[in-house]
Design a protein around this ligand. Structure first.
Ligand code: P6P
Length: 338
């Protein structure tokens, strides 16, 4: 069958039969996530029309409408997932606590983490933004309500992860541990169709992505790391190209396809409480599973992201993610300071 006509469901069922997630329940879960993404994509694309057509969902101003888009996206995904019949809990970057499915007849064994609309503040500039998801199996007994421990798992325990990028086209990129596969939305049929089978990230990159405006908030080792990618002493023998959109999914997706490293180091904006910005459960874990399945690597500068176990739902972490050689180089440079 020509590549462009393979749907996600077909791909999951017929091209990943080896995957332990090629089950009806998982396919159903992915279909609900996809339906949520289609609804969000419609509203994200509409947001771009507010100026042209002057319409909003109601008589709200454009700003009020845009401000609510991330809440809208969160409600769409949570509503769909809660009723999927295959999850026991869903946690979101937008919600302080996990939503637990209490109706035993509506409950399943999957736990979903979601960043419903990452980078949405860029939407006014028509910058690509995204939804990121991470799927675990519950660890607690199936006949009970899910517990916090079902969400606070190690990254290596994910059974699937991926993202939707709302850009010049809407794309779904996901993995169930059998490689990374990209699907592009064909609006004429309303389906995601296979467009990027078995995505592999180049082992060495030529791009570095970091917000250098944080320079004064970094420690000496981090400055040394960023300097390396701007120097003549790296594997290229010349400075990497700097590319930073400020929208994680967009920056990550470009580096996944072209090769490169995205960095959001720990910063000392609060000298007493240095921290990363990005969330372990909703951003780092899922993108780390995707990048490793594509042949790349993700660390917090020293430790592999997938080996980290979350201690709270909104734990933040420094993130270095992309081409394996470049991410390993970061750890090597940090170790020189240990
Ligand atoms: P900064 C968007 O707000 C976001 O969470 C990510 O999408 C993006 O990579 C990062 O923050 C940008 O942060 O501090 O560089 O603006």
């Amino acid at each position: 069958m020509p590549m462009g006509q393979i749907t996600v469901t077909e791909h999951l069922l017929y091209h990943q039969t080896r995957s332990h997630e090629a089950t009806g329940r998982f396919t159903h879960l992915l279909s609900d996530l996809i339906l949520g993404a289609k609804i969000v994509a419609r509203e994200v694309n509409k947001a771009g029309l507010v100026d042209i057509l002057g319409f909003t969902c109601s008589n709200e101003s454009k700003d009020e409408m845009l401000k609510k888009l991330d809440v809208f996206a969160n409600d769409v995904f949570v509503h769909r997932l809660e009723r999927s019949g295959v999850i026991c809990a869903v946690a979101s970057e937008e919600m302080p606590d996990m939503v637990v499915v209490t109706d035993e007849f509506q409950r399943g064994d999957y736990v979903v983490m979601i960043d419903p609309l990452d980078g949405f503040s860029n939407i006014d500039a028509n910058v690509s933004i995204g939804s990121i998801f991470s799927i675990y199996r519950r660890k607690s007994a199936s006949h009970k309500d899910a517990e916090l421990g079902d969400a606070l798992q190690k990254g290596v325990d994910q059974v699937a992860a991926g993202y939707v990028i709302y850009g010049s086209s809407t794309m779904l990129v996901y993995t169930t541990g059998q490689g990374v596969h990209g699907f592009t939305m064909d609006p004429s049929v309303g389906e995601f169709l296979l467009s990027h089978p078995d995505i592999r990230i180049p082992q060495k990159g030529k791009i570095y992505s970091v917000n250098e405006g944080n320079w004064n908030y970094w420690d000496a080792p981090t400055r040394q790391v960023v300097e390396y990618f701007k120097s003549m002493d790296n594997h290229l023998g010349k400075p990497f190209s700097s590319r930073y959109i400020g929208s994680l999914v967009a920056d990550f997706h470009r580096n996944l396809l072209f090769g490169g490293i995205f960095m959001y180091p720990m910063d000392y904006k609060n000298p007493k409480k240095p921290k990363g910005k990005l969330r372990l459960l909703y951003e780092a874990h899922p993108l780390a599973m995707v990048v490793e399945q594509a042949g790349g690597l993700a660390t917090d500068g020293r430790k592999r992201i997938l080996d980290l176990q979350a201690e709270d739902l909104h734990q933040r972490v420094p993130l270095f993610i992309g081409s394996e050689y470049d991410v390993r180089k970061v750890s090597e440079l940090y170790r020189q300071f240990d």
